[in-house]
Design a protein. Sequence first.
Length: 390
Amino acid sequence: MAEREGFEPPVGCPTTVFKTAALSHSAISPIIAKGHTINYRFSHFQRICARMSYFVCASLVVSQMVCASSLQAETADLQFFGDVLITNKSLYQTDSKYAVPKVFGDSLPLLNTAKHNIVNLEGVIAGQLPRTTWKQYFLRMPPQSARLLRSAGIDIVTLANNHSMDFGFPGLLSTMMALARADIRSTGAGMDITTASRPVIIDLEGRSVCLLAFSKTLPETFWATKSQAGTAFASETLTVKRVKDCSDLGLFTVVSIHWGQEGQKHAASYQRELAQSVIDAGADLVIGHHPHVVQDIETYKGKPIFYSLGNFAFGTEPISGGQEGLAVRVTFAKSAEEGPRIEAVPLAVSNQVVRFVPRPIEQPNQPALGTSMPSEDQCQWHQDRWICRF
């Protein structure tokens, strides 16, 4: 087999080992091209082994182990992104298939260095469905979207937003079934208010995380009730109760809230009031989204609040542009007494620039996001991200 041209090893991977793995063969997908990584998973190698010689397969496994060792040192426990919407246009523009999710191609090195990747799923996964209400925008994703998300390493989504009920109960049910088939867990919507506000519990080595998701957006008809399916509305009574339930069990509690005004880079007073209420109740981290831009980042009683992470992979092309994105990485210390390390990675997400393939911003200087940031004593800029200790 001829060696493929134009491929370079990841940082820290010996060139000789990597070149052996980068042989030309249609079945080989775990290859890192210049600026593009295709998912590192041993399952890929198991499929390849069925077709290839022992020598080549062994070389691939050695390459996987060597390259993974360099990534493992930077592996985060949790990684949060903003709004995700997969569209037929974004799939066509990137030639994405669920086995090769090119729409996430430039972000795969980042996705592959977290144990759990969590996004806000901004729309319904379904085939053709009738609209059950009137609103300006109806967001629907192709049926294969769930498998595409999972193959990119996204294993948890929040559904508490203003689009999960765009096609009524049939759309929500279709979405939840598609996610379940793809082995993606969800929170923030359900058959009634009890299930909609039920958290996802993430078990990590020596620690468990409670993830709650709520929406502070309209229309009101989307909100779940005791007898109606829908999203978990972020009433102060409900959010505080659910946070206390988790905090009283000693769980690290993350609250994800869909709120704010689209395009507004500064948090509204009601966002600050609600964030402080959930932290008073025991929340350890607040993650927000909905404005499609990055909003203020601040702390309250030593707990970080990211009012909006903006967009991640959002398959529309607004005329105005200006969309922003941020990834938040959480890495727990070995000691429970020591707070987690928080990394904030700026993302280029405007489709007028990245053409539906979001990527980390590569620049040596701290970017100006137009938001307030914690003090330099808490967060410092390193190469391509802020590293914070709260």
